[in-house]
Design a protein. Structure first.
Length: 342
């Protein structure tokens, strides 16, 4: 029996366990022409109809190659970019219609850890001022209590609280990312978007930061949207994984199910590039090479977005609209004309 739509239609019993519900989210950046009178001549479809749910306490991975819209999705969910259309319901509240003080007060419950620890910290501010800034903006703590809370946050992320008066340039990349994590925790959020938090770090430091994020999740009952392109790390930290291609989600499944039984041709190609530590297995493993470059989101192909690079595409894939995200086995959703629903 075919089950339509996705993560997009949670049942009522599960809704109370859902902290974030995204429906048909779109973010198009206008392309304008003209020096004096500018007019829109097109749009970059960075996010083009994304739907998924995130359950309380889980980590949902969002993966895909550079330029597919992962980071834009995370920032649009948090309303750092206002969406072109669609719905984002956080803890029962619709974010896309919120403005001003109502949205500002809700930001205490959802935070972001940025990708680049060298660019995301103000070099003119001390570590103490960086971590305390969210609490000062929201008028939570003052004076001695504020300082004690900042020192406790630094200690919680593995930094010496005596570093409170130092500046970002005095720290390594891994330490700077820990400062960014402490800043994200300052307001006791429920939900954190981790926007490729380890991609700019040395390999030797990445595991330490991931282990810290896991420990904090257990201690504080946090929910993560973990954006990454390192598929081996995603398998380690995520409960479910959504695979994104050219602004759309093409596959969504529990982590082990996705890695053991990838159904979409794009997912299969991505996973075939992940090294296997067993040399005998690696030697005989088939590598799937994706031909061509990622199409421009300003001019996506007709039909299925992946048809220009898909090794199994047929004429139907080039002619018909994008396939819907369909549940093919329990909890496993795929958007592909070549993968029939059960």
């Amino acid at each position: 029996m075919s089950a339509v739509a996705s993560a997009v239609q949670p049942n009522s019993a599960a809704t109370s366990d859902t902290i974030l519900s995204v429906r048909n989210l779109k973010k198009h950046f206008p392309i304008t022409s003209g020096l004096i009178i500018q007019r829109q001549v097109g749009a970059v479809r960075a996010v083009d109809g994304v739907s998924f749910d995130v359950k309380r306490g889980e980590t949902l991975g969002l993966v895909g190659e550079s330029g597919c819209g992962k980071s834009t999705t995370g920032r649009t969910i948090l309303q750092l970019y206002r969406p072109t259309s669609g719905s984002v319901v956080f803890d029962g509240r619709e974010l896309t219609t919120m403005k001003g003080e109502e949205l500002r007060s809700l930001r205490r419950e959802m935070q972001i850890i940025f990708q680049d620890p060298f660019a995301s910290l103000n070099p003119r501010m001390t570590v103490g001022n960086i971590v305390s800034e969210p609490m000062r903006i929201h008028n939570i703590l003052r004076g001695r209590e504020l300082r004690e809370n900042v020192e406790a946050l630094l200690e919680r992320v593995g930094l010496n609280p005596f570093y409170i008066n130092r500046y970002p340039h005095e720290f390594s990349g891994g330490q700077r990312q820990r400062i960014g994590i402490a800043r994200a925790l300052a307001l006791n959020p429920k939900f954190i978007v981790c926007d490729e938090p380890i991609s700019a770090l040395d390999v030797s430091i990445q595991a330490q930061v991931v282990n810290l994020l896991e420990d904090l999740q257990q201690e504080l009952n946090l929910t993560y949207l973990f954006i990454a392109h390192d598929l081996s790390m995603v398998r380690h930290i995520c409960d479910r994984v959504a695979v994104m291609y050219l602004g759309k989600i093409v596959e969504l499944a529990p982590t082990d199910e996705l890695y053991d039984n990838p159904l979409h041709p794009y997912t299969q190609a991505l996973l075939s590039a992940v090294p296997v530590p067993d040399p005998s297995v690696e030697e005989h493993r088939q590598r799937i090479i994706i031909a061509g470059d990622l199409p421009s989101p300003a001019n996506p192909p007709t039909g299925c977005n992946f048809n220009t690079r898909c090794p199994v595409s047929i004429e139907y894939c080039h002619r018909d609209p994008d396939p819907e995200l369909i549940e093919v086995t329990p909890g496993h959703y795929v958007a592909c004309h070549r993968v029939p629903a059960v």
